[in-house]
Write a protein that binds this ligand. Sequence first.
Ligand SMILES: Nc1ncnc2c1ncn2[C@@H]1O[C@H](COP(=O)(O)OP(=O)(O)OP(=O)(O)O)[C@@H](O)[C@H]1O
Length: 365
Amino acid sequence: MATMLKLDRLTKRYGAETVLDGVSLSVAEGETVAIFGPSGSGKTVLLRLISGMSEPEDGELLINGRDVVGTAPEERGVGMAFQNFALFPHMSAYENIASPLQARKSTAAKVKEGVDRVARLLKIDHVLGHAPRQLSNGQKQRTALARALVAAPKLLLLDDPLRNVDAKLRFEMRLELPRLLQGFGSTVLYVTQDYREAMALGNRIAVLVGGRFVQVGNPEEIYDRPATVEVARLFGDPTINLIEAEIQAGNGGPVAVVGEGRLPLAPGYDGLVGRRAVLGIRPEDIDYAEPGDPQAVPVRVAALLPLNDRLVRLLVGRDGQEFNASKDAGARSLGEGAETAFRAAPTSIILFDPATGQRIAPQAH
Ligand SMILES: Nc1ncnc2c1ncn2[C@@H]1O[C@H](COP(=O)(O)OP(=O)(O)OP(=O)(O)O)[C@@H](O)[C@H]1O
């Protein structure tokens, strides 16, 4: 598939601060890549460089094979929608959406056809006559999105477009948007601070931390095999459990010593025996065992916390170490104060180097 966007060692500085530190990324035509990272990591700056609103200090930026550094924004064929909606207040929703087509001097009939089509898709066709102040936040956000989509740009940049909408609409849009974007055939860069949104919308996710891509991969890859402890912590709610432990040789293979318990590891980790590692165990991967089970970690249920549709148990080991567990306890009665033990399927345990934070891949067996 053709490459629509290519960033090569793109660097942006503001004074002494390097905000983007040599980022490289190739995006295929028709692909949606979610740019995900914490606040201040450089996501908006990156979109501004691609759109031409600012210029890099170093590196290359190609759109459709053409080097666009130094070219005007309107020559780049890029559409944008931002988190703050930025609608023209004195124009109706219809006129707002129509403005990019009118700027191209399309005929009135073509403009109407284009606006009606996106408005229907985004379910705002009944409010096209309203001024922005007469629209709900969700409708404003959809109007801004419609305006970005109407000109069918080859490359669409969306900067956290759902940040300011309520939770219910955000949930709906998370489900709807991928289909919608696909329908337009655009290549999309989608900036978000919400890992769920990144996972739902991105064919791939580029994780931006401190102006660098720390991992680029598909959602499953990043969730199951995070490149670093930092990436592991950014994905998942409750946050992944991180436990530093010594690796020893057990009867059937390597085990991690956690408090008074032992957790069996995948056989590919037997090269780590005698070393320390950070274990990453996702709350949904924690299973329960009998309190005396030698292949589990004895804990007490310290608290029960409802989270969305689940119940999260805060487990405390004998040495005071805390763990979050979100799996259903099945027939076990694990109320507050219950004594139990936990285990996790060896293949679900992710290991990291305690010094560098990098993931340690299991060796093939
Ligand atoms: N025009 C500017 N002048 C100086 N510094 C800037 C400018 N624009 C951005 N920065 C700095 O660049 C860094 C990255 O900002 P950016 O807006 O890209 O973050 P972000 O990842 O989009 O964050 P958020 O998710 O909160 O929107 C910040 O430290 C910010 O202060």
